[in-house]
Structure formats: C-alpha cells, structure tokens
Design a protein around this ligand. Sequence first.
Ligand SMILES: C[S@@+](CC[C@H](N)C(=O)[O-])C[C@H]1O[C@@H](n2cnc3c(N)ncnc32)[C@H](O)[C@@H]1O
Length: 294
Amino acid sequence: MKGKIPHIVQYQGSKRILASQILQYMPDSFNRLLEPFSGMAAISIATAYNNRTDAYVINDINAPLIKMLQEAIEYPQKLIDSYSEVWSEQFIYEDNHVQHYYDVREKFNNGEETPANMLYLLARCVKGAVRYGKTGKFNQSPDKRRHGTSPKTLATNVYEVSRLLNGKVKFFCHDYHDILEMAKPGDLVYMDPPYQGVTNVSDNRYFAGVPFEEFSDVLRILNRNGVDYLISYDGECGGKEYGEELSESLYCKKVLLNAGRSSQATLLGKDKTTLEALYVSESLISKGIFHNYL
Ligand SMILES: C[S@@+](CC[C@H](N)C(=O)[O-])C[C@H]1O[C@@H](n2cnc3c(N)ncnc32)[C@H](O)[C@@H]1O
C-alpha cells in the first residue's frame, strides 16, 4: 500500500494500523463493503484508498459518531469550520483548557450531540476511547496533555477521506443485525465487534454489546447465504489469549495479524507483540485467492 491513508481522529480499537494486512484477505474487487461496526471506518477508508469497490455501507450503533462521519464525508468544510470554532474556544480558558473539555462534554450530554462536539470529545479524550455511563452520558475523561487534533491537520485528513468516499456511502446507526440482513453474495462484510472484554454491557445506550452465541448465529446465516466476510475477533499478547475463539463449525480460517508492540506491555517494561485474530469466511477461502497468506 503506497502513501499515507488518511484518518479523521483517534479511536480506540481502530484498525488503521492493521488495515493493510486486513486488505490482503479481501478480493481485488467486490460489489459493496458493509461495515456493521464501523467505528472510525478505518477499513472503509483503506478499501476506498485501494479502489476495491465504489459502494459502502457504514454503520455503528453510536449515532453521533455516524453523524460526524457523514458530515466529514459529505460536507467536509462544514465540519472543519465548526470543529475549528469549538477547538479554538479552549484557548480562551488559557491554563484551564481542560475545563473547556468538561464544558463541551456537558453540552453534548445535554442534547448538543453535534458532529463538531463529538469530534472534539474524541480528539481530546483519553485514548480516543468512547465511554458512556449507565445513564447514557458520555463520561470519558480528558487527556490533560493534549489540545486535540489541530484544525489544520484535521482539514487535510477530512478532505482526503471525503475525496475517497463522497457519493459512495450509505450511513446507518442501527444494531449490526439490520446491516447483515442487507448483505448479498458478491458483497464483502468486514466485522469488528467491540472487544470481547467489554461486550454484554447492558443498560448502555451505545454499547449494546455483542453476545458470543448471538454473533455466531448470524455468521451461520451469512454462511448459508454465501456471503463473504472477514472478522476481527479476540486477540493475543505475549502468548496470553483474550476472548473466546469462534467455533470450528463456522468453517472460518483464523489468521493472526501482527499489531505491533502492546502499549500496556511497553508501559510495564515488557517487550510483547500483540497478535490480532482475523477470521476469513469459508466462502472467501473457497475463492482460492489467498494462496500466499493462508
Ligand atoms: C472495535 S470498534 C470498531 C473499530 C473500527 N474497526 C475502526 O477501525 O475504527 C467496535 C464498534 O462497534 C460499535 N458497536 C457496539 N455494539 C454494536 C452493535 N450492537 N451494533 C453495531 N455497532 C456496535 C461500537 O460503537 C464501536 O464503534
């Protein structure tokens, strides 16, 4: 993959770093890419960058996130202008700029779920990690060392993402089941459900969670319908495995991708590589296009 693939803002669990490895398991071309757990849509962006298809379905249960992505792609200047305005306000607070984050968070939680507010919270919060409390309020803390992506850096990236995807995407903020119902043979579905350690969180507006059994059942339906799919699921770091394996009865092939050094291990002075599992559907394997990798 040549050049630099653009991205909008940090997002916990983003597959930006792994995108080029994941794309190795995609066919050269397909009808549509469906991303039911899009997050920051790193895989749709990388797919468009590599010209594999001209049609995308981008979905995430987090509605303000999807509205922000849609504005970035369809009205990039509008998002850049409104983000610049929110971002610049923090300098009025001088040394107390962290308070500005709390004020924006308060507005967001009181109904001002604007694309610019969502983007600013993501740009400034700890590890780009979206956290909603039990009452549905965004409760992630600010990273006190950061001012958040500068409007200039944002503009370069947003324009590039928009150039790649504008006019090609249908956006949804539904539960993933609704998106999988749209999948047809000839499409490719890329699934990146939330890390299994944080699934099954009930009573939470934007983390419906993805129970393991329920997820396996929908994969059986995709198998029956002959739909190609790839899934990022579970992980491994320094020989320790996280999360449950998908059942062999789903006939997927599991490959391990190298996600680099674990930041947690680095903090603890350990040198451990994180491996991330990618499951390749049987229908994709049967196409016989991955001789080099499988
Ligand atoms: C690991 S992140 C995806 C990251 C993404 N691949 C990227 O590169 O940015 C998982 C996403 O699934 C979403 N999600 C959680 N439960 C969901 C559900 N039931 N249906 C749809 N999306 C869901 C979360 O909001 C989160 O953005």
